[in-house]
Design a binder for this molecule. Structure first.
Ligand code: NAP
Length: 315
């Protein structure tokens, strides 16, 4: 395994892996300025990748596009509108990708939300589950043919240490229509689903060239935290002061927290570890809750999600 660690930044990793990155095409979802996706996209463009900037807000995509072009004027960028909470939007975005002339070498499923109040989305699903898992599942499966046009495709799903807050509630993934909703258990469910999705994707494609990884990027101050309240700071009082500032030294920078995205996407030394979970630039499957790497759960989630999107993806 390469020598990247907790102090590595996305830029330093990308520099070290520049030959792997050059001329590749990478889709990064969730590229809002100031977040991990925007930073990952920036450093990939810097090292000569073509980057598809995907997100639900065209104005935010454009802001990141402009910022990247300011630093790397000859950056090759595409823009893709993709609202993961709507299956219609996901299908439209996937159709657009399938029309691209180039292959997709890497899909970085970075977009996500955390701790949102209960909301039922257009497809009848709870918002965090819909966005952080169901949308990713559908988008990935729909664009698989584009990934298979690449010589060594990878899918990287951004999970979180927050998966420890809850398993997938197969008996009640919708929290009884919101009646027993806990926004942190729901985040845990959705991020557990990210890891289980990776386990199943890796297994189904293990005899092919496709590789799949999940990651915990580390914690940094981004707009992900916008739904945190005073009660949440109290609930997580080991990590936060009552005013919302971080306690101790767990908070890292956005530049550091985007480093694992790049390792999982391009480090050749992990190619034989498909299905693994990484954090701080290293494989750390031993840090995953057992329910999140349980193969039976992974298969069950795949089947459930097929039902939720009304389409089977047999492999
Ligand atoms: N920051 C942390 O401490 C931390 C820790 C562990 C894991 N993570 C994970 O890291 C990833 C990136 O988070 P971040 O911290 O960089 O936060 P961020 O800046 O808020 O990035 C999240 C991105 O997801 C996008 N998004 C939200 N809902 C979407 C939807 N329905 N369709 C498409 N895109 C959508 C957001 O777009 P809008 O701006 O339009 O909302 C934003 O671009 C997330 O998956 C998060 O769970 C973060």
């Amino acid at each position: 395994m390469s020598n990247f660690d907790t102090n590595s930044t996305a830029e330093s990793v990308a520099k070290a892996l520049a030959t792997e990155i050059r001329s590749k095409t990478v889709i990064v979802t969730g590229v809002t300025p100031g977040g991990y996706g925007a930073e990952a996209a920036r450093v990939l463009a810097l090292e000569g990748a073509k980057v598809v900037l995907a997100g639900r807000s065209l104005s935010k995509i454009k802001a990141t596009d402009e910022a990247i072009k300011k630093e790397t004027p000859d950056a090759e960028l595409r823009e893709l509108v993709l609202d993961l909470s709507s299956q219609k939007s996901v299908r439209e975005a996937a159709d657009e990708v399938l029309k691209y002339s180039e292959a997709i070498d890497v899909l970085i499923l970075n977009a996500g939300i955390m701790g949102t109040p209960y909301e039922k989305m257009v497809d009848g699903l709870e918002l965090q589950f819909a966005t952080n898992h169901v949308g990713n599942f559908l988008f990935t499966n729909l664009i698989i043919p584009k990934l298979f046009e690449a010589p060594a495709p990878r899918v990287v799903t951004v999970s979180s240490v927050g998966h420890q807050w809850g398993p997938v509630r197969f008996h009640d993934y919708d929290f009884q229509d919101g009646k027993v909703y806990d926004k942190w258990v729901a985040y845990g469910q959705s991020k557990t689903a990210s890891i289980l999705f990776t386990v199943e994707l890796a297994d189904r494609y293990k005899n092919t060239k496709l590789r799949a990884f999940s990651i915990h990027p580390g914690g940094a101050a981004t707009s992900l935290h916008q739904h945190m309240t005073k009660e949440d700071y109290e609930r997580f009082s080991d990590f936060y002061n009552p005013d919302g500032t971080a306690k101790g030294n767990w908070l890292r920078t956005v530049e550091q927290c985007s480093a694992t995205h790049i390792v999982a996407s391009f480090d050749p030394s992990i190619a034989n570890e498909t299905g693994a979970y990484l954090t701080e630039c290293k494989i750390a499957t031993d840090q995953v809750a057992p329910y999140a790497i349980d193969k039976e759960n992974a298969t069950k989630l795949w089947t459930l999600t097929e039902e939720l999107v009304g389409q089977k993806f047999n492999v």
